[in-house]
Unconditional design. Structure first.
Length: 683
């Protein structure tokens, strides 16, 4: 280390359950190395390939370093430099004019470009609340599964991740943990070395599935059928914890009746796997203690995703797995964090206003809607931060049409000239995690992490918070909360619920969560029990018991589009982040479609061949990879590439739909059917 170097503690900002503690080495004002903090037990000095290249992203030659104003047609990517004051003055004036007619015509659009509470929805939420803008329903990743978990367990809660190392059976359900939950995988490997059995349930034979003892390659959208069949076997063979069911669950008789309608033979036909696999998994789950389920969000991106999450979340209570600290289930731990969202985001600034809500997953259609009594005012202004909707939102042909509207005023806060930034009227350069304060929860463990700025903002980049403070001032919002600096916002996020001095001194603080939180019930549901029967769902006119809801677009049933398609993330990308990092894109090569030999051969498709993937919504082109990773009848379109960095300027979301899930209003990315043809044959 040179005399001018230092190491700064931080936190990973990205959308992964692990929320790692970072150490950034800085030399002469430049971040030169990013590594995992070995003192943080959940990070243990190890980072994924993506975040280990974070310094490359921060100092990328294409980094946006000054505000830009559009000079060419929308989508052309033609801009000119503009000063901050001139840009902010014009943006504020445009927003003020629109707000005078109806502030609901202004829409924020953001998601998990950073998971930070401050640079995410801290100052931004205050600004949009004070403005009276439309609410954004932030559904694009996890809302169906989150709702299913909440209706069953009472919130996004579960077992502590570190105790998976002690489990004797681990079901990895809908997760490619090696790629997207690396530190959990280390715990699973530890359990495996100690004799535990690992079972992966996933339509794709992922890197994780390859390394488990068994892989159940079910069809997309059939998870609830499998869970109900497991329940059937638990009942028939009496592998049940009757005491736990009687004392700590609600609605057992109704669930029992439903599960008995799902013998393994029926589920095997629906799921497309051998009946024997279901029966053997049920026996293992019913007779092995402790048994733990690591559920992830891939399985809920289908029409019946919420019901599927509900069905799986019922399983641990049936066998009393919650009695053990190494038993139960973990989908998300985020509900355990005592975030003071009202103090941070200040919904009181609405002052009695009740703006409409627009779902981010239907942004393609909603940007094209005219004013109406049912919809409200036409969207006239869009402020995008921490997201790249032109690349990541479903049915992207419609999204592009919406963003291309000449009468839509669009401002994008970004690090790079993304697909979305190409359609902006103004692009404002944002700071990266290396350049600002933030505070983070996790949805994979129970530590709060603080991020310190390691270097000064590059060029003219500014934190999101500073941009929204400046706009608030220009709009005459003189509420004292708009003067809070970023460190104050970090302190506000948890108040005295977390030792902030420890965060400053060490970088993280661990929440006091019981070792086996639901060993004696006490679920955060209205009844305090695991609710197999949800009165809240019944009150909405929905089925109060979990059930299998078939995909809206099941593969094999449409004569023109017979293949089911899922679009899991490429291993070296995280949604659309990192796609423009040369070293990572070099590893990925080109957009790929994994297709089984049984589907490739009759179509005349060979590995390395450019193919056309299409349906009634659109088409995209990519390279075929004939692979055992795909099961027959299902293709895997690995995403999410920037459109402009893929062949022919499209990506996998050209064929996904804006249809929503059964609960939680989430997108149905993996409920999609397509046809695939060699590009030459379809020219």
């Amino acid at each position: 280390m040179t005399e001018a170097s230092l190491v700064v503690r931080g936190a990973c900002p990205h959308d992964c359950p692990d929320t790692c503690a970072l150490l950034t080495t800085v030399e002469n004002g430049r971040a030169v190395r990013v590594q995992g903090n070995p003192a943080h037990r959940h990070t243990d000095g190890v980072l994924c390939t993506k975040v280990s290249r974070y310094a490359e992203r921060t100092h990328h030659p294409d980094r946006l370093l000054q505000p830009l104003r559009r000079t060419g047609p929308k989508g052309s990517g033609r801009f000119e430099p503009v000063g901050w004051d001139e840009a902010l003055d014009d943006i504020a004036a445009r927003l003020k004019t629109i707000a005078a007619r109806d502030p609901q015509a202004i829409l924020p659009y953001s998601y998990a470009g950073t998971m930070g509470l401050v640079q995410g929805e801290g100052m931004a939420a205050r600004f949009f609340h004070r403005l009276g803008a439309s609410f954004l329903d932030r559904t694009i990743c996890a809302s169906a599964g989150s709702e299913g978990l909440t209706q069953t367990l009472g919130g996004k809660v579960g077992m502590k991740v570190e105790h998976f190392a002690e489990a004797r059976l681990i079901l990895i359900w809908g997760s490619n943990s090696i790629a997207s939950n690396l530190h959990f995988w280390k715990l699973a490997q530890q359990a495996k070395r100690d004799g535990a059995r690992l079972v992966c349930i996933d339509p794709r034979r992922s890197e994780t599935a390859e390394k488990c003892h068994e892989h159940l390659a079910i069809r997309p959208g059939t998870d609830a059928a499998l869970a109900l069949a497991l329940m059937h076997e638990l009942i028939v063979h009496d592998w049940l914890d009757h005491d736990y069911i009687a004392r700590h669950t609600l609605g057992w008789e109704g669930l029992r009746e439903r599960a008995l309608q799902w013998p393994p033979a029926r589920a095997a036909e629906v799921c497309g796997i051998p009946e024997r696999q279901i029966a053997e998994l049920a026996r293992a789950y019913g007779t092995t203690k402790p048994a733990a389920i690591r559920l992830n969000y891939g399985m809920q991106r289908v029409r019946g995703g919420g019901n599927a999450a509900r069905a799986v979340a019922c399983l641990p209570a049936l066998v009393g797995a919650w009695r053990h600290r190494a038993g139960g289930l973990l989908l998300s731990s985020s509900g355990l964090f005592p975030v003071r969202r009202a103090e941070l985001q200040r919904p009181d600034l609405l002052a009695g206003l009740a703006p409409r809500t627009i779902n981010m997953s239907t942004i393609g259609d909603d940007l094209l809607r005219e004013s109406s009594p049912a919809f409200g005012p036409k969207v006239e202004a869009l402020i995008v931060y921490n997201s790249n909707p032109v690349a990541v939102a479903p049915d992207s042909a419609q999204v592009v049409k919406g963003f291309a509207r000449d009468d839509l005023f669009t401002v994008v806060l970004e690090h790079f000239q993304t697909d979305t930034a190409d359609f902006a009227d103004y692009v404002l350069p944002a700071t990266t995690q290396h350049e600002h304060w933030d505070i983070h929860t996790s949805y994979g463990h129970t530590d709060v992490l603080l991020n310190r700025p390691a270097i000064a903002p590059q060029g003219q980049a500014r934190p999101n918070t500073e941009v929204f403070r400046a706009l608030a001032a220009r709009l005459g919002f003189d509420d004292p909360c708009f003067a809070d600096d970023d460190l104050t916002l970090c302190r506000t996020a948890f108040g005295d619920q977390v030792d902030f001095q420890r965060l400053l001194d060490v970088g993280w603080a661990t929440l006091p969560v019981p070792e086996a939180p639901y060993a004696e019930g006490g679920f955060p549901t209205p009844s305090g029990r695991c609710e197999f029967h949800s009165a809240r769902l019944a009150a909405q006119g929905l089925d109060p018991l979990p059930d299998h809801i078939p995909n809206a677009e099941p593969g094999g049933t449409h004569p023109d589009y017979p293949l089911a398609m899922i679009s899991p993330p490429a291993r070296n990308f995280l949604n659309s982040s990192f796609v423009n990092v040369a070293s990572l894109r070099g590893i990925e090569g080109q957009p790929r479609l994994e297709i089984h030999a049984d589907d490739a051969a009759p179509r005349g498709i060979a590995s390395g061949q450019m193919v056309r993937v299409f349906n009634q919504r659109g088409e995209y082109r990519c390279v075929a990879e004939v692979s055992e990773r795909a099961r027959p009848g299902v293709v895997n379109g690995l995403g999410i590439w920037w459109r402009k960095l893929g062949p022919f300027g499209t990506n996998v979301n050209e064929v996904t739909s804006q249809r929503l899930t059964d609960m939680g209003r989430g997108p149905t990315f993996y409920d999609c059917h397509v046809q695939v043809a060699p590009l030459e044959a379809s020219a």
